[in-house]
Design a protein around this ligand. Structure first.
Ligand code: ASP
Length: 437
């Protein structure tokens, strides 16, 4: 019998109507036995997520302001789910516990986690499943660093003889029992680590979109959705801004080679996007899987005659950035030129010091600083085995009269990174999409 882990996001569990859809999805396939739940999300665009309400409640209590109104609003969100589902659930005792916590020295992560805690308990009661509190099996160290191997062992133990469970997403605990959350959107990570621990056949991540789109729909009109992609492609696209999953959610399932399926709770008939280690056997229509990008980069280019014969030159250049804790995105090089591309927001605080050090340590003939750079990633495993994609990308940009300021192709040939002026960013994405998709 197959075993699926199904994570339902906040919009999938925002009210009782959504809970019913979730229950139908779970009951429609017997392999859906391990459920991970988020806190109630937005019911409509101007609604407030319960997690945000919990943070506000925490800040009020921490500043010794009256938190009773916001706590009662949080209570109402859960109360309406419980009463509309028609289940019995002792919400008053749970809210009293939170109130008691707030009267002492409130803990921000504890407060934030209560959305997942309560929603998962309610979902478990509605489904007749067992509730699992991750405080006992998802482990962080004293400093709040996630302990992946310890967690894997503890979760294996906790779930070994169980099925039909609901695990609360988003949090775990430190060795002294203090609640610790992942960063925002972290229930995706919980789902992934549960999938790894039980060696699931599939990690289904249920959300409110039918999978990943091949480009940003705010820029490209109706981009096609991606049927299948590899973990690597997902990593490249999400690093460059395509957001459908928490950034860290791919690592645990990737380690265990478990496919991940992004599905839509509101359109369960859609197949969604499958993410796995290998390309599907059927040839893909597009050599390029997706296009993503971000603005806000700076390139620092230095020129020095015969720099290629100066042993250690590149290392000294990069070290200047490392010494200031500025992460490097790309390093395009020529014979006598070398550039470093960094995020402007990280570079700006150290700009003057870094320039001084470049002059002093490297003694370049010239240097240029180019701000307002946007990076575009054209990602596709298929590019490694075919010819002509790069040419078509460049032609599309030339036809659109977009000036390319930088080109970098990853060594695995699954991506081409292009630097363009911030102002050309949207046009560039649209013309690449038109030219190659
Ligand atoms: N509820 C948390 C958030 O809003 C975690 C999650 O939904 O994954 O960020």
């Amino acid at each position: 019998m197959q075993r699926f882990v199904c994570k339902f996001g906040g919009s999938s569990l925002a009210d009782a109507g959504q809970f019913k859809k979730v229950a139908d999805i779970i009951r429609s396939r017997s392999s859906r036995k391990y459920i991970v739940a988020s806190a109630p999300g937005k019911r409509c665009p101007d609604d407030i997520k319960v997690t945000d309400m919990l943070y506000s409640c925490y800040y009020s209590a921490e500043q010794k302001q009256d938190h009773s109104l916001i706590l009662s609003q949080i209570r109402e969100r859960f109360e309406s789910i419980i009463s509309d589902l028609g289940i019995s659930f002792d919400l008053d005792s749970e809210i009293a516990l939170i109130d008691r916590h707030l009267a002492g020295t409130p803990n921000k992560d504890y407060m934030a986690s209560r959305g997942e805690y309560l929603n998962s308990k309610i979902l478990a009661a509605y489904l007749g499943f067992e509730f699992i509190d991750p405080a006992s099996c998802i482990c962080f160290d004293e400093k709040g660093e996630f302990l992946s191997e310890k967690t894997n062992n503890e979760l294996k133990k906790a779930l070994s003889d169980k099925e039909n469970v609901v695990v609360a997403g988003f949090y775990g605990a430190r060795p002294d029992g203090t609640i610790n959350t992942f960063s925002r959107g972290g229930s995706d990570v919980t789902g992934s680590i549960v999938a790894r621990a039980i060696q699931a056949d599939m990690y289904e991540n249920w959300t409110d979109v039918s999978g990943m789109l091949s480009a940003d729909p705010r820029i490209v009109e109706s981009p096609h959705s991606i049927e299948a992609l590899t973990y690597r492609e997902l990593r490249e696209l999400s690093y460059m801004g395509a957001s459908v999953l928490h950034e860290d959610a791919v690592f645990p399932v990737r380690k265990a080679n478990i496919p991940l399926n992004i599905r839509n709770t509101n359109r369960p008939e859609d197949a969604g996007t499958i993410i796995s280690a290998e390309l599907p056997r059927i040839p893909r229509k597009h050599k390029v899987t997706g296009i993503a990008g971000k603005k806000g980069f700076t390139a620092i280019l230095i020129e020095k005659s015969s720099m290629n014969s100066e042993i250690g030159f590149g290392m000294r250049f990069l070290k200047i950035f490392a010494d200031h804790g500025v992460a490097i995105e790309h390093v395009p090089t020529g014979i006598d030129t070398m550039s470093v591309v960094v995020q402007t927001s990280l570079f700006a605080p150290y700009r003057d010091q870094i320039i001084d050090e470049i002059e002093e340590i490297l003694e370049p003939d010239r240097y240029y600083i180019e701000d307002n750079l946007a990076l575009i990633a054209v990602v596709g495993q298929g590019m490694a085995y075919s010819r002509g994609t790069a040419a078509r990308v460049m032609t599309a940009l030339a036809d659109a009269r977009v000036n390319i300021k930088m080109i970098d192709q990853g060594s695995t040939e699954i991506n081409i990174i292009l630097g363009v002026d911030d102002v050309d960013y949207e046009d560039a994405i649209r013309s690449i999409y038109k030219g190659i998709m």
